[in-house]
Design a protein around this ligand. Sequence first.
Ligand SMILES: C[S@@+](CC[C@H](N)C(=O)[O-])C[C@H]1O[C@@H](n2cnc3c(N)ncnc32)[C@H](O)[C@@H]1O
Length: 352
Amino acid sequence: MISDFAIKIKQNVFRCLPASLGIGIIPARFREGIEMNSIEHQNVVHIPVMVNEVIELLDVGNGLFVDATAGLGGHSRAILEHLGENGYLLALEKDPESFRILAERLGDRPKVFVVQADYIELCHVVEKLGLSRPSGILFDLGISSFHIEHSGRGFSYRRDEVLDMRFDPTNGVPAWHWINTLKIKELGQILEKFGELRNGLKIARSIVEFRQTHGKIMRTSELNEAVSKVVATRRLSDVLPRVYQAFRIFVNKELEHVAHGLAHALACLEVGGRLVVISYHSLEDRIVKGIKKVRGVETLTKKPLRPSEQEVRRNRRARSAKLRAYRKLEAVDEKDIYDCIADRVPSVDLGR
Ligand SMILES: C[S@@+](CC[C@H](N)C(=O)[O-])C[C@H]1O[C@@H](n2cnc3c(N)ncnc32)[C@H](O)[C@@H]1O
């Protein structure tokens, strides 16, 4: 399925070109505004969430352990420290810039494979590398501090940047394109379904009016201005993060990816293997929670684990985290798993 597992950068560091994802080459006009930063890697810091809980519930030791959303490698490093003599780590990351940092940080170590790939390719990557089925797989969903603080892609309303919001800016369509072309009803659906905003249609109307009076909305400052015309100032700090969450989820098809990725990962795990997932908002958590309905899967966390007060004080990003863990008891079919959770993935009707 992987067309080209080609470019071997260093030992154990691979770029996987995801032809099977059905994502075409990006037209030149969507490259507009991409601010590929040259980052001093050592300055990019992301504090991993609930690390001890992850290590314990994954039962890290011998076998293959996969960090499916390796980001800057915080959890990967912890997994590495706990590997047994016959333990291996496979770290996957989709974002080319995060991958570069990850490869710098982990690529030289023994027992580690670092691959730029989408997690829905996990099983194929494992096969291509000639590895055995994983004993444990971790998903730490959402964005990292890198995306907010260093990517320059408009993930946060607090920074004046181009509204790109793609995890992989070499593929797909940036947020500004959708924000400037969708109709009020479509924008409203995105804001209500993916941002859980009750007044999504009102905000959508304001976005379209802003487009008509000011021209294209290309930057976060312009989107903020359009939203602030219909939302009281005291509510903006609640509403703006949801607006950004909504567009980010839509642009990256995040919830569909989460459902497909989890089904794929569970099918790929060895019998007896463990799946640990950290989610950061209720839309993600609803999908993760749905796994408990899958036949042949044991739920290890009756209620989701939450970070301690101490951890939240140290790392504000941890405050909304929920961790759920599962053990695979028998072989399960990927489609059967997906069917169990598919109804938890909201969709937007673009009428085209
Ligand atoms: C919360 S961050 C992970 C942080 C990481 N645990 C750490 O400690 O550094 C989630 C990461 O998942 C990546 N990601 C999102 N969707 C992905 C996908 N479909 N496949 C692989 N990685 C993905 C994002 O680019 C981001 O770096």
